[in-house]
Design a protein around this ligand. Structure first.
Ligand code: AMP
Length: 205
């Protein structure tokens, strides 16, 4: 299976991607996680990407496409993968289409007005990448590894608004792109995590 999960920032695509990949044994490819890893490791790519990410802007297509291509060539992607946060522009979707054919593009539909609050309450583990909310982890510790949870730099209120604008301008049109390709599946992303997941599983059958 070669899947894409799409949705606005804060729509829960990372959470659903983790559940899908565990169940179907797919490689979980999050370009956001790959970029954050490059920043943490102090690579040249990380240095170039950081300013864009901190401002809530998209990292330039050529950098992200090269990163994605290299990741898809890894052996763990041979039996299938799920792309989380890629493609985000039409140029990225075109580049992807030249490398693989996508079986399904899962689109989490959300109420954009409510997403800023969701992102403000998001907490992430700087060590293992586990993502949760301040409500679900009142002790501020990662459930997976015990590390102290932090707020992602780009989840700060002033950046969130820009990320939503960027999503509307660049990424939302990809819903039509994959609809035209006949692979789009739309899911109500405002439901509880389990209900969203059940709808996704039904669509993958
Ligand atoms: P995410 O973790 O998917 O929300 O991504 C966090 C940030 O990483 C985004 O706001 C962008 O700055 C950058 N990023 C992640 N994936 C992409 C992509 N496919 N194209 C451009 N920028 C990206």
């Amino acid at each position: 299976m070669k899947l894409i999960i799409m949705g606005a920032p804060g729509s829960g695509k990372g959470t659903q991607a983790t559940l899908i990949c565990k169940k179907h044994k797919l490689a979980h490819i999050s370009t956001g996680d790959l970029l954050r890893k490059n920043i943490a490791d102090g690579t040249e790519l990380g240095k170039q990407a950081k300013a864009f990410m901190d401002a809530g802007k998209l990292v330039p297509d050529d950098l992200v496409i090269a990163l994605l291509k290299a990741r898809i060539e890894q052996p763990d992607c041979k039996d299938g993968f799920l792309l989380d946060g890629f493609p985000r522009t039409e140029a990225q979707a075109d580049a992807l289409g030249k490398i693989v054919s996508v079986d399904k593009a899962l689109n989490l539909e959300t109420d954009l007005d409510k997403l800023a609050d969701r992102m403000a309450s998001r907490r992430a583990c700087p060590k293992c990448g586990y993502t949760t909310s301040v409500q679900a982890a009142p002790d501020g510790k990662c459930k997976e590894c015990g590390e102290t949870l932090t707020i992602r730099d780009d989840d700060k209120r002033e950046v969130v608004e820009n990320r939503l604008k960027v999503y509307n301008a660049n990424t939302a049109p990809l819903v039509e792109y994959y609809k035209a390709a006949g692979v789009l599946v739309s899911i109500d992303g405002m439901q509880a995590i389990d209900a969203v997941n059940a709808d996704i599983e039904a669509a993958l059958k």
